[in-house]
Design a protein around this ligand. Structure first.
Ligand SMILES: [Zn+2]
Length: 82
């Protein structure tokens, strides 16, 4: 079985967050990445992201927020229109 990976790393401005990316605070799956101006990245889950993103932005960090994917909860939008 071949696992295909698209990791170029060359000209990728924003990499999607992966399931392997974990919140630095609680270890949950990360949905928010903060790229620090001095280099380095921090990862946060949606919960901790909300707590820290504002401060990090003030420090000049670049925030990549993918927590919107969380709101796509299955079950709410079904095929039940008649
Ligand atoms: Zn967390």
């Amino acid at each position: 079985m071949i696992e295909r990976r698209y990791v170029t790393g060359a000209l990728a401005p924003t990499k999607p967050l992966l399931a392997a990316d974990r919140c630095d605070r609680c270890g949950a799956q990360a949905y928010i990445r903060a790229t620090l101006p001095l280099g380095g990245e921090l990862f946060f889950c949606a919960h901790h992201g909300r707590q820290h993103v504002a401060v990090l932005r003030e420090k000049g960090a670049e925030i990549q927020d993918e927590s919107a994917r969380l709101s796509a909860t299955p079950g709410t939008a079904g095929d039940n229109e008649r």
